[in-house]
Ligand binder design. Sequence first.
Ligand code: F6P
Length: 550
Amino acid sequence: MSNPDLTSRPQWQALRKHFAEISQHHLRELFAADPTRGERFTVEACGLYLEYSKQRINAETLELLRDLAECTGVAQRIQAMFRGDHINTTENRAVLHIALRAPASEKILLDGRDVVADVHAVLERMAEFCEQVRSGAWLGHSGKHIRNIVSIGIGGSDLGPVMAYEALRHYSRRDMTFRFVSNVDGTDFMEATHDLDAAETLFIICSKTFTTLETLTNAHAARTWLLKTGATEQAIARHFVAVSTNAEEVRKFGIDTAHMFGFWDWVGGRYSMDSAIGLSTMLAIGPDQFRQMLAGFHAMDEHFRTAPAERNLPMLMALLAIWNNNFLDSATVAVLPYEQYLKRFPAYLQQLTMESNGKHVTLDGKPVDYATAPVYWGEPGTNGQHSFFQLIHQGTRIVPCDFIGFGQPLNPLGEQHDLLMANLIAQGEALAFGKTADEVRAEGTDEALVPHRTFEGNRPSNTILAAKLTPHSLGSLVALYEHSVFVQGVIWNIDSFDQWGVELGKQLAQKTVAELCQKTSPDLSHDSSTNALIRRYRRLRDGEPSGAGA
Ligand code: F6P
């Protein structure tokens, strides 16, 4: 779909004009003008409550944003995604992660084949395998029970599984150990395995392509580690399973494809935690709870597909994100879960949002003249309050925040949950309303300190609340962000489902690794900085004295 002139569309211009007007008004004034604002600017779906009254908007802003969504064809693109059109145009692929969580009764045809049936066939196999491991029927090569699961993958083949494991740890098998290895830095593998008994350890090698350097290197390290304990080649079958779309490479590695769980090219890596890539999640929480997570995803999918724009949670999140990014000029977004179990959620979202929407050209290859994805980052509350919140409150940049919290704690401990949530609520209030110089003076503050103790406020935030962190609510939360990312990408007219930007670094690393391995190489042909770094690294590695020259 061609949409080259986003910024010259009348709808964009109308938003610009509207921004010039509304930016004159502080959130304090917007709240004073409308006492019902805190209840009006909310929406609830699939057990998630979004409160967005602390965004710098009014009803007109929302209308104008919806107009923008309409004229950029968001509704049509949503249908196209659900229909299985090849909306990932640069890779000529359908984008059907929604099929991963569709109930068995649904049919989604792709090139005449019902992909939902395929999904459920894999889910059945996963469930059967997980039951065997969890019940102790699946034994290691020496007859011991499998007690340790080590998932090896990177990017989308790691961040989803590790985030979901941490998020759902409360629901997981506490008598089993789950570890995740992603980095090609040998420390990651060594630390993950140093205290494990190889005879009780199962490796899940997760890689969509099964060609990723880091994952294959770590998988080979795992195989060597197992064999070094005296296990034979035949033992590999009891200790390695693969999750991939590439049966041939899995076979080449030496894993029997009977122990491979498949997925499909229409599942992007960063959209794959609910595919077989989530095998470690299913092993941890069991098939039933995994299905509850899928149901949470599906509930949000259905809401996204059917709810009108003004009540559509992912749509609203996306429109607010566009407003903050393109009109308030905010270059980053802080994601702040007030839930320790969601400690890896910001890292997970970084790939989801930035690998999806960190693009510089439109679908037809023209450079964009507007900002695309902001930088996502964050830490769980309340920890962040004691490190970077200073900048969010009083720095010179506006950092829109997503606060995420739950009504019920998973680990009640005295009044600690109330304390936690009081902090979440107070942060949003402080950011929005701040503290004026007069209020500071009224506290008897020394005049010289008044500017330092003043908070200008007017800093936007969303608050997302749910009753409890469960497999279901986690599924809905992830799907909320997935669809919000999609809508933003449609408005920016970019391909949210490719990732060409990671290729150049990979290619250069291949060339460089060959050069690092040669001890001396007079003909380094990089720029002078890269050449100097290669030479310095070699000397450091080899313990030679430093000095100029090769
Ligand atoms: O390098 C980026 C990337 O391609 C991600 O998009 C992907 O999630 C990750 O690498 C891992 O890829 P694979 O699952 O094929 O090993």
